[in-house]
Design a protein around this ligand. Structure first.
Ligand SMILES: C[S@@+](CC[C@H](N)C(=O)[O-])C[C@H]1O[C@@H](n2cnc3c(N)ncnc32)[C@H](O)[C@@H]1O
Length: 164
């Protein structure tokens, strides 16, 4: 594990409403502060009623995408969460984070899309696309799962015990 301070930024779309998810997110954020500087940023979602045309859906994603990109500095390594991205084991994610930190990429942003997903501009900016399975998770739940996996990654890299 590199000795660099790793800055983890998680950018997501929309305000977290569910209390049960908030509790979990707060818990893993707190646990992670031992290992990294962690920042969670929520950008406002665009109104997306049921009956949107393809074009309108693209516009929603584009507007949300602009707000996401505005939060990410140019020297940040961006990992976009996408269903069709690359799947990794927890050990592989841990290794990726370790290598990024070791080779001087100490700013890592994970990006989670809104209900319609991420814009092509965000996906183009991303250095990699990470999939958590072929299943679709609600974005707020995705944030909790991501935080747990990032926490797990740091525990793995430190050789610290964590339940299997
Ligand atoms: C409700 S999902 C969006 C679903 C949208 N139809 C799509 O295909 O992207 C909201 C966000 O959660 C993340 N997400 C949901 N399921 C995921 C998965 N299995 N792997 C990676 N990211 C996922 C993605 O960032 C996605 O943009």
């Amino acid at each position: 594990m590199g000795l660099w301070i790793v800055n983890i930024l998680i950018v997501s779309v929309g305000k977290l409403k569910e209390k049960y998810l908030k509790l979990g997110i707060d818990e893993f954020t707190k646990r992670l502060t031992v290992y990294a500087k962690i920042e969670l940023v929520e950008v406002p979602d665009e109104k997306a009623p049921e009956q949107l045309s393809e074009l309108e859906m693209e516009q929603v994603k584009q507007k949300e995408g602009e707000k996401i990109l505005a939060k990410i500095s140019p020297d940040t390594y961006v990992i976009a969460l996408a269903i069709d991205g690359k799947m990794k084991s927890s050990e592989e994610l841990a290794d990726s984070i370790d290598k990024l930190a070791t080779y001087g990429k100490s700013k890592i942003a994970f990006v989670i899309g809104g209900s319609l997903g991420l814009s092509k501009e965000v996906l183009q900016r991303a250095d990699e696309k990470l999939s958590f399975s072929k299943m679709t998770f609600p974005h707020q739940m995705m944030k909790l799962i991501l935080l747990e996996q990032v926490y797990r990654a740091f525990r793995i890299n430190r050789g610290e015990p964590y339940h299997k």
